[in-house]
Ligand binder design. Structure first.
Ligand code: C5P
Length: 401
């Protein structure tokens, strides 16, 4: 089936490459409809975009005829992917702030479709802390970024900020579309974040987990087409788009939510579940009353990973657990794979020197029945993407044989 891209052309000199980009997309059976920002129109004309795309070019938010025939919601609905080429520092900033001051940014705020951007700007603008911060926010929201490259710029400077070539952009899009089907018709369940176990109305037991890794995995599985449910304890991470998110507090709530989302094909338990909870949660705030020692009686929480791994009916095809360890990482994780009954363990060193908890990077080892793979240090997003692709490979493999 032909794919459809909504191309937003913003105002940089690289906009002149858009007709060529549209031509290359159409050669690969990808149709393009364009939105041209007012500054984009300084570099490329609506007529040349219309000629190459074979479609009307949209450039005004308040054109009543357009709104009645093809409003901003409809433009997004009819696209499989929204692409911003070139993505200037300004449009990235407007997106990161959630502005909706023209047609392009209004579409971007109103869309639930995947968004890909190809930044293009002067090297100083690219390296500015504001741009880096905006890009980080956008990446966390699941926006895909192509480039930029290092090279000669139209302004005469040299460095990072040069837009990726149209052929590289087309290749990234084709790759995205082909991967977007890999887990179609599969269901995935991911746990993420910490759990919170109340001691009394004011205090709790919690674990140090940001939810970054689990949320990134839910995002990556959804990008491959899996119908994904994310069951998350309290986290500052935004809900990934295209994922159904269930917010929970305690381990017992998490288990109930996980069971409610069965049956599923894939389970990834990335949550840092609190192993214990107090035997009796106090309904009123505990008082010090001059006592300088207090003993809390703790009981074990249900083990969600082990429960899902050992389901006798409708056991998921692949169950993946995490093992966060501070020493003898591989040995403990290998043992954990056996005791929990899961198929794979992603083991990581969370000793303070690695800065894994709450940090952007993760260095993991994947433990399967075939042995141990050491993965290099990567961002949590990259770990998630690689893991999702490995999961897709494993399901392909088991379908074949
Ligand atoms: O037992 P431990 O906490 O070291 O095991 C870590 C793995 O088990 C993680 O995948 C975590 O999500 C999962 N787990 C769980 N329920 C628990 C404890 C851990 O699902 N109660």
């Amino acid at each position: 089936m032909e794919k459809r891209i909504l191309l937003i052309v913003s105002g940089g000199i690289a906009a002149v490459k858009c007709p060529d980009l549209i031509h290359r997309l159409s050669a690969r059976n990808i149709a393009t409809r364009c939105i041209l920002t007012s500054s984009g129109a300084e570099f490329v004309t609506p007529l040349s975009l219309a000629t190459f795309s074979g479609d009307k070019v949209y450039d005004e938010l308040f054109c009543l005829t357009d709104e009645s025939q093809m409003g901003h919601i409809e433009l997004s609905r009819r696209a499989d992917l929204i692409l911003i080429v070139p993505a200037t520092a300004h449009i990235l900033a407007r997106m990161a702030s959630g502005l909706a001051d023209d047609l392009a940014t209004t579409v971007l705020l109103a869309t639930d479709k995947p968004v890909m951007v190809a930044p293009a700007m002067n090297v100083q603008m690219w390296e500015h802390a504001a741009t880096a911060h905006n890009l980080e926010i956008l990446k966390q929201r699941g926006i895909m970024v192509i480039g930029p490259e290092e090279g000669e710029m139209a302004c005469g400077e040299y460095g990072f900020g040069r837009m990726s070539e149209p052929e590289d952009i087309v290749n990234a899009i084709e790759k995205y579309f082909s991967q977007g089907n890999r887990l179609r018709n599969k269901r995935a369940l991911v746990t993420s974040g910490p759990t919170i176990e109340a001691i009394d109305p004011a205090r709790c037991i919690a674990s140090r987990s940001s939810g970054k890794q689990g949320h990134a995995i839910a995002n990556a599985l959804a990008h491959l087409g899996a119908k994904t449910t994310l069951v998350s304890g309290p986290s500052n991470e935004p809900d990934p788009s295209g994922v159904s998110v269930v917010h929970v507090q305690s381990a017992r709530d998490m288990l109930v939510a996980c069971k409610d989302s069965l049956p599923t094909d894939i389970v990834v338990c990335a949550a840092a579940v609190s192993d214990w909870r107090t035997k009796k949660e106090s309904q009123s705030k505990l008082k010090k009353n001059g006592v300088d020692q207090k003993v809390l009686e703790l009981i074990l929480n249900p083990d969600i990973l082990a429960t899902l791994s050992k389901l006798s009916k409708e056991r998921p095809s692949l169950v993946v657990g995490f093992a966060a360890e501070t020493e003898d990482v591989i040995a403990y994780a290998t043992k954990k794979r056996m005791t929990k009954g899961c198929d794979w363990i992603v083991a990581n060193d969370i000793s303070t020197k690695t800065n894994t908890f709450g940090g952007e990077n993760n260095t993991v080892n994947l433990i399967t029945s075939d042995g141990v793979e050491n993965w290099p240090k990567m961002t949590k997003t990259q770990v998630a993407e690689k893991l999702a692709l490995r999961i897709a490979d494993a399901l392909d493999q088991s379908a074949k044989g």
